[in-house]
Design a binder for this molecule. Structure first.
Ligand code: ADP
Ligand code: ASP
Ligand code: MG
Length: 241
């Protein structure tokens, strides 16, 4: 039996139909005998819409309130995914960052994960439950909600993989792997079968948002091997590490 962490980005959970597709993928892993932890982003453009809403009321919204607001996006997708899994006859439970034990420093909008208290998630998966965790959020020492920076759900997935000692961390996204350039802008971009942490970090810091830069730093430090692959096909992706 392996413990798998599978992260799904905003496009992959953008509609009820896509959430169904994600539920099916997770259930297939469960049926194959694995323990499964899913990490989700907010549906589609939800986070951008929340940023816009805040801006319509305050040109410079307080960072604490902003993080509280933005964290709600992932809380919608996580509960809907858990419901979709349950509707198919499998057990699932959703967890906010706080419930998943994700402790961060207090830097709002760019918080750093310090520790994951993994007991609750471990207990759930040991009972055969598919754990669905809200990406992008944690809790600081004051008990306030923090967010990890745009694109930060990737980092949630790697932190969980490290602190749960997962066998595999798979990042499902809307392209089928890591390319030398953005494949949406450059049709002749070349896909990597495998890429080192250092080269991936260069790409991420250079603005390739396919992986959050902090996620790559954490993966390198904790020796978490990642696979970046498409949420919409079974094509082999890119191994990072
Ligand atoms: P998700 O919502 O799944 O986290 P993102 O939009 O954050 O997805 O990241 C995936 C996007 O990253 C792709 O749609 C692609 O346009 C973009 N991208 C930029 N640079 C690269 C690259 N070098 N390789 C792959 N994708 C890239
Ligand atoms: N929902 C957040 C964002 O849009 C986090 C993520 O998608 O990784 O940046
Ligand atoms: Mg992303």
């Amino acid at each position: 039996m392996s413990l798998i962490v599978a992260k799904f980005g905003g496009t992959s959970v953008a509609s009820p139909e896509r959430i169904q597709m994600v539920a099916k993928k997770l259930i297939a892993k469960k049926q194959a005998g694995h323990q499964v932890v899913a990490v989700v982003s907010a549906m589609g453009k939800t986070t951008d819409e929340l940023v816009g809403l805040a801006a319509s009321l305050n040109d410079n919204p307080p960072a604490r309130e902003m993080d509280r607001l933005l964290s709600t996006g992932e809380q919608v997708s996580m509960t809907l995914l858990a419901m979709a899994i349950e509707a198919r006859g499998y057990k699932a439970m959703s967890f906010t960052g706080r419930q998943a034990g994700i402790e961060t420093d207090g830097t709002h909008a760019k918080a750093k994960i310090m520790m994951v208290h993994n007991e609750r998630i471990m207990e759930a998966i040991e009972r055969g439950i598919i754990a669905v965790v809200a990406g992008f959020q944690g809790i600081d020492a004051n008990g306030d909600i923090t967010t990890l920076g745009r694109g930060g759900s990737d980092t949630t997935a790697v932190a969980l993989a490290a602190f749960l000692h997962a066998d595999l961390c798979r990042i499902y996204t809307d392209v089928d792997g890591v390319y030398d350039r953005d494949p949406r802008l450059h049709p002749d971009a070349v896909k990597y079968g495998r890429i080192s942490y250092d080269d991936m970090l260069l790409l991420a810091r250079g603005g390739a948002r396919v992986l959050h830069d902090r996620c790559v730093e954490l993966a390198r430090r904790e020796h978490v091997v990642l696979e970046v692959c498409s949420a919409f096909s079974d094509a082999p992706g890119t191994i990072v590490g």
